[in-house]
Design a protein. Sequence first.
Length: 237
Amino acid sequence: MAHSRDKSIGAEFHAQTKFRRGNVPRSRARVAPPYKVYANPREVASLTVPQLRGGSGLWTVLSSARDGVAEGGRIKQAQLSQLLWGAAGFTFGHERTHLAAVGVSSVETYLVALQVEDLFAGVYHYNPRDHTLEHLSTGGPGEGLAAALVDDVDVGAQAVALVFTGIFARHRDGGSGRALRYLCLDVGAAAQAVALASAAMGLASQFRADFYDDELAELVQVDGRGEVPLGLVLVGV
């Protein structure tokens, strides 16, 4: 009994969110729409049409190093378009490009633009329906991004950071801990897609899950409660 009282938070969370026969919660209506659209962004920037054919072979990309060190420099808008579409866009079959745990994606994607050709530095929200960027804040966001990261990262050498958040209410059991499982799985799948897209284009990427939650939430302008930051990928040249 003493051992059970000493369970870690992770073990206790896993135990309390298990599905057991005869004890699966009833479905309820979703509260949140399947993707987020801002009514009054500062500006809407159209992205170039992503390439949906060709590219590097899958096995080549999977075997490529994905933890390269960015040396500084701008990425092109076409590269940014591929990254965002690969992370959270829609396929020919109207499915999200990343795997989703229960059919509907938990993920929202925010762009911290540092060095992108013909795009102002700032924070943007990616609208996957229209494949556009909704401009949320102006000014250089590099200092805020660096402060939000636990690890010491050379943010000045990065071109962009893709910040992934999850929305609990997008799932029918959003009021329970089970939804958090789905959020983490979905964000992991989106981050993996960015890493693969980066490798295919010869870009350096770094996945980061250690950050000061409230500070990263403030940077991308989410409440940190109903919508929470769960991970980010730094991409550079």
